[in-house]
Design a protein around this ligand. Structure first.
Ligand code: PMP
Length: 452
């Protein structure tokens, strides 16, 4: 290992506290130091190349080094890197807002910028609460969310989250919510089997709303895929049912597309699969193609109008972040959308998805693969100790982690969610690289679970 790599490693060990990382484990081996990237590959400080198998934590869209995004950032850098959005504007923020409204489901009209997904979720929750307050219904102040859901790590987002491993410790700090069952078909919490079930998990939301809509501001959920919950895929039609219940009981629908947005599921936004328009959509991650932090909460004119009033009425939405609408980030997001157009990204996706789905079928034959699921290029392979009983492995066995460690040897960087091996390559990945990623993952699962 080069002296430089050693030095970076020692600074890192001594001074950096990594997110979602048990630092005791982390210290047990030399860190991977990513120094540069090309297309779907990350390159470490020793020159070793890895396929970016989870899109640098679900953000990268067209690969690394995208001419449209590079160019847009450089151009903006010559002009201004940051000026506030509090009371004034900048060209990329305004132009991007127009573009986002053009590509979002019809009816979504006003773009509120933040910096990361969790902040944009906080905005949605606060906006929903205050919308009803301004409408003279301050009692509509609770939320319905899903078991196994994930919306970020700030306290509001954690309050509407449903992953015990991440969220339970903070429960004394959280506000109360109504929790509906997850749409986790492989381990259906209602003991049903799809498609015969009639998607009764969505009816549970209906039941909660029927009895309590007077105090409920909004339902918040991830459309089509509970991503951090283990790439759990919703049955077709689920979202449509939830939309119908929200409309029937006069409750807002907040769709969190932070993970699913920007082509990941095969359409620009996952809610398009069911043709659903929410009252608010939350975007983040892939918005800048994986270059810079930027997120948005996009809402209807009807919601926006409730915040209009004379200065002294204090109807202003008193929320903002230092870097809201940052011109460099917004320019990157414009570059991202330009790359979608130039590369026909969405129209070439079905072929890649079909290829992925065919290849994934082979995984089903592995003796410790319980479930293989995907929506577009978001895939989860659930490892189980017993295929028949669906019994999970003991957490201490760290099977998911072992697979990821094994995959490193094949030049593939993935990050599991517990014992769900996650694949979420850049949407623009070439078929040859996708093949490599799948092969390496297959062999790694086989090696770790079948132990030679
Ligand atoms: N919502 C969803 C659906 C997510 O998957 C995530 C992050 N994985 C977030 C919100 C939070 O986004 P961020 O990490 O940018 O705060």
């Amino acid at each position: 290992m080069s002296d430089r790599s050693k030095q970076i490693g020692s600074y890192d060990r001594e001074f950096v506290w990594h997110p979602f990382t048990q630092m005791k484990d982390y210290a047990s081996r030399d860190p991977i130091v990513i120094e540069r990237a090309e297309g779907a590959y990350l390159v470490d400080s020793e020159g070793k190349k890895y396929i970016d198998g989870v899109s640098s934590l679900w953000v990268n869209i067209h690969g690394h080094g995208v001419p449209e995004i590079d160019g847009a950032i450089k151009k903006q850098l010559e002009l201004v890197s940051h000026s506030t959005l509090l009371g004034i504007t900048n060209p990329p923020a305004a132009e991007l807002a127009k573009k986002l409204v053009d590509i979002c489901p019809p009816g979504l009209k006003k773009v509120f910028y933040s910096g990361d997904g969790a902040s944009a979720v906080e905005v949605a929750l606060k906006m929903a609460f205050q919308y009803w307050f301004h409408k003279g219904k301050p009692e509509k102040k609770t939320f319905v969310c899903l078991d196994n859901g994930y919306h970020g790590d700030t306290l509001g987002a954690v309050s509407v989250g449903g992953i015990d491993t991440f969220h339970k410790a903070f429960s004394p700090l959280l506000f109360k919510t109504y929790r509906a069952p997850s749409y986790y078909c492989y381990r259906c919490p209602l003991g049903k089997t799809w498609p015969g079930c009639g998607i009764v998990c969505a009816d549970e939301i209906g039941e909660i709303l029927r009895g309590n809509h007077g105090e409920i501001a909004a339902v918040i959920l991830e459309p089509c895929v509970q991503a951090a919950g283990g790439m759990v895929v919703a049955p077709d039609g689920y979202l449509t049912k939830v939309r119908e219940y929200c409309t029937r009981y006069d409750v807002l629908m907040i769709i969190d597309e932070v993970a699913t947005g920007f082509g990941r599921t095969g359409k620009m936004f996952a809610c398009e699969h069911d043709g659903v328009t929410p009252d608010m959509i939350v975007l983040g991650k892939g918005m800048t193609g994986g270059y810079l932090p930027l997120s948005a909460t996009i809402t209807t004119e009807e919601i926006y109008e409730q915040f209009l009033g004379d200065h002294e009425e204090l109807k202003t939405f008193f929320h903002g972040h230092s870097y809201s609408g940052n011109p460099l980030s917004c320019a990157a997001a414009m570059g991202n959308l330009e790359a979608f157009q130039n590369n026909n990204t969405l129209s070439v996706l079905p072929e890649k998805i079909e290829f992925l789905e065919n290849e994934l079928r082979e995984f089903e034959g592995l003796s410790h693969v319980g479930d293989v699921r995907n929506k577009g290029l978001m895939a989860g392979i659930e490892l189980v100790s017993d295929k028949k009983t669906k019994e999970s492995y003991e957490a201490a066995e760290k099977m998911g982690w072992q697979v990821a460690e094994e995959a490193l040897k094949h030049g593939v960087l993935i990050r599991p969610l517990g014992d769900v091996v996650v694949l979420m390559p850049p949407v623009g990945i070439e078929k040859a690289d996708l093949t490599k990623l799948l092969r390496a993952t297959y062999l790694s699962i086989k090696k770790v679970t079948e132990k030679g």
